[in-house]
Design a protein around this ligand. Structure first.
Ligand code: DX5
Ligand code: ZN
Length: 211
């Protein structure tokens, strides 16, 4: 299991201070939730903030989860900044070919995201052209929501048609991590459980020890 802390629940007054203990604990990969106030009813941060993070932490890997109606508006800025992973939702009018081409051009890994109620079959035609799949276990837009266990029943179906990493995002905590990993999830995203804990680095250690 690889764990991606989601900065959505970090302290925006000082992201550097939030990140440093995790970096010291050896966490290299971070999940960045980008929202447009249209595809989801919330707005977080975008390329200017990610550019600052990139220049402050060149050694880290950034995983940009685009909860936006039109990824092409911000795709090139993000690719130029240099994020390692980009994921786009299946529920939008997806300009997949163009997105795929741009990601390939920059050597960025591309993921396809399924909302909790989206059927696996809806993405069948695209799965052979993506590097990873992200399954949402909550409706996207906000951290701190309750995990929907029904999402785990999608894993076997997805695995029968997709061999790359499967990531899960939303409501992951120390009580459900074992079940999530046992279901076949490779990468987990966790926001509030990590950043709202007394000791985020220790919480990650507990995640790792539990599985
Ligand atoms: C929700 C985001 C998540 C969020 C997860 O829209 O995609 O990445 O930060 O937060 P928790 O772990 O608190 O559910
Ligand atoms: Zn996310």
């Amino acid at each position: 299991m690889r764990i991606f802390p989601s900065l959505l629940s970090a302290d925006f007054r000082c992201l550097k201070t939030s990140l440093e203990p995790l970096i010291r604990a050896g966490i290299k990969q971070y999940h960045l939730d980008i929202m447009d106030g249209n595809f989801v009813p919330n707005i977080s941060y975008g390329p200017p903030v990610i550019r600052s993070l990139r220049s402050g932490f060149p050694e880290l890997e950034f995983d940009a989860h685009l909860m936006v109606r039109d990824p092409l508006v911000i795709l090139e800025p993000l690719l130029e900044i240099g994020v390692e992973y980009i994921s786009v939702h299946l529920e939008i009018d997806l300009q997949f070919k163009k997105i795929r081409e741009l990601c390939q051009q920059y050597g960025t890994k591309l993921g396809l995201v399924y909302n909790p109620d989206t059927e696996i079959s809806r993405g069948s035609a695209l799965l052979e052209d993506v590097d990873f799949v992200l399954l949402m276990a909550v409706q996207p837009g906000f951290g701190g929501q309750k995990f929907r266990p029904g999402v785990l029943s999608k894993v076997d179906q997805l695995r029968s048609v997709f061999s790359g990493p499967i990531q899960l995002d939303g409501g992951v905590n120390l009580d459900n991590i074992e079940e999530i990993v046992a279901a076949g999830i490779d990468w987990v995203v966790s926001g509030s459980t990590i950043f709202e804990s007394m000791d985020p680095a220790e919480t990650i250690k507990q995640f790792e020890e539990t599985v």
